[in-house]
Design a protein around this ligand. Structure first.
Ligand code: SAM
Length: 299
């Protein structure tokens, strides 16, 4: 099953909706004190999707059984953002000054995190997502905390050439982040090419972190359909089959290992433990089965 193309972005439909939902997650996590993203709620408001605004204002997701699954998803995604923020800080302490955020969505790391002097953050996403975010942040007068190069590009195509064009230096170590991207948004061969290109552009000392779903299992499909059905009731025009590709994916850690990376794999419970919030994960076995797996890698 192949997903349809998504050249135009709408904050309430398709893949664009997933970028908006990422901002919802960071807004909720900020309100709970888990993260500090002062721009997330403002981006959600600018996207102007009533259901998402309500999620942030009223924690709409937490008032019944189906919604508690949404609450669980928000908690997992927020914890992963927190984990990655720490991972990036650690890479900075190790001397890495080049950061690439693949499928950066409405994340605002070049504005909201502290970066060592001389850090350049490259953000890659669909042109319309990059433009929307940049316009909103400029209008807000948000100040950059690193040098930012934002590239509107299709990650199924030759994004590496676009990265080189704006000054990326493959001779320097890089920290790469693919957050909520390798979970079906790229087709299997596109995901494979992405990992190949990341490797080609990674000097020794580079690091990589991603969450990943090898191939959606029946429980994940059931949970995914549950979200989509519920969100459609609230007027969001989304269809799971249009959102994600469902093919046979190569296991991301094995793929990276075959390309010469040293990998560490972990699960959602480890994720919460690593950020010092072990008691916040109450998903149990079903939770484990529907959440992504995680990998970090070094070269
Ligand atoms: N990393 C962000 C976060 O965690 O909030 C966004 C995650 S969102 C689930 C997936 C992102 O991948 C969206 O912003 C979407 O536009 C982007 N994306 C999906 N397919 C893409 C493609 N072929 N080219 C460029 N970006 C793509």
């Amino acid at each position: 099953m192949a997903r349809t193309d998504h050249d135009t972005w709408d904050p309430a439909t398709g893949v664009g909706m997933t970028a908006t939902f990422g901002a919802v997650v960071r807004a909720v996590a900020t309100n709970k004190g888990l993260l500090d993203d002062p721009f997330a709620e403002l981006l959600v408001r600018a996207a102007d999707v009533h259901y998402f605004t309500q999620m942030v204002e009223n924690e709409l997701y937490s008032d019944d059984g189906a919604n508690s699954v949404t609450a669980g998803l928000i908690a997992v995604l927020g914890a992963y953002t927190r984990f990655l923020d720490d991972y990036l800080a650690d890479a900075g302490r190790a001397g890495i000054r080049q950061v690439v955020l693949l499928g950066s969505g409405l994340d605002t790391r070049p504005y909201r995190l502290w970066w060592p002097h001389g850090t350049t953050v490259y953000e890659l996403d669909q042109p319309s997502v990059i433009d929307f975010k940049t316009d909103v942040l400029v209008a807000l007068g948000a100040e950059l905390t690193a040098s930012r190069r934002a590239i509107g590009v299709d990650l199924r195509q030759d994004w590496l050439a676009a990265l080189y064009r704006v000054g990326f230096d493959a001779a320097q170590p890089t920290v790469w982040i693919a957050e909520n991207l390798l979970v079906g948004y790229l087709p299997p061969d596109g995901q494979d090419r992405l990992l190949r290109d990341v490797t080609v552009a990674s000097a020794p000392g580079s690091r990589f972190a991603a969450d990943h779903i090898p191939t959606w299992n029946p429980l994940q499909l059931e949970a995914g359909r549950g979200f989509v059905d519920r969100w459609r009731q609230f007027g969001l025009d989304i269809d799971l089959a249009e959102l994600i590709y469902q093919g046979e994916y190569r296991h991301v850690p094995a793929n990276l290992a075959d390309r010469g990376w040293q990998t560490v794999e972990f699960k959602v419970a480890d994720l919460f433990a690593t950020i010092g919030m072990a008691n916040r994960w109450r998903g149990g076995r079903k939770g484990d089965a529907i959440t992504p797996a995680y990998v970090t890698a070094t070269r």
